[in-house]
Design a protein around this ligand. Structure first.
Ligand code: FAD
Length: 108
């Protein structure tokens, strides 16, 4: 089976980076494709207990694909839910913090 930690880091990197560069005003096609990408995870993600947790969370908290800001924040909250479950520190979901980590790098 895949290494759940290596897979998780790689997947979060892909998802947060893709969210950081998602348009402020996505087209209907971009929204539909992002929604499909996210909805695919509970079906296809190769860590089955991770996938089923995510699927449950997505029922009560559906993905926000309306904007770069909304998507970045939704992903951050989902990731924090996993962090909390694993006893890891929560991340500050302010957009400046997310951009510093996943888009712009530190400003100095
Ligand atoms: P990661 O949690 O992989 O984080 C990588 C980097 O992201 C961090 O160093 C930090 O800079 C940044 N970061 C941290 N939190 C946030 C945030 N909230 N928003 C933005 N950036 C952030 N593992 C399990 O054992 N059980 C599970 O049920 C489980 N479910 C998962 C579900 C999904 C959808 C994914 C993608 C992964 C899941 N994982 C799960 C893996 C787990 O989340 C971690 O990826 C793994 O434990 C490695 O952790 P890490 O400490 O290296 O950092």
């Amino acid at each position: 089976p895949p290494d759940v930690e290596v897979l998780g880091r790689a997947t979060w990197t892909f998802l947060h980076t893709t969210a950081a560069y998602y348009p402020e005003k996505p087209t209907p096609t971009q929204r539909a494709n992002m929604l499909m990408l996210l909805k695919s995870l509970p079906v296809l993600y190769p860590c089955s207990h991770c996938a089923s947790h995510l699927g449950e969370n997505m029922k009560t908290s559906p993905p926000d694909v309306s904007s770069r800001y909304g998507l970045s924040r939704w992903l951050c909250l989902q990731h924090n839910e996993v962090n909390e479950r694993l006893g890891k520190k929560k991340f500050d979901c302010a957009i400046e913090k997310l951009d510093e980590r996943w888009k712009d790098g530190p400003s100095d």
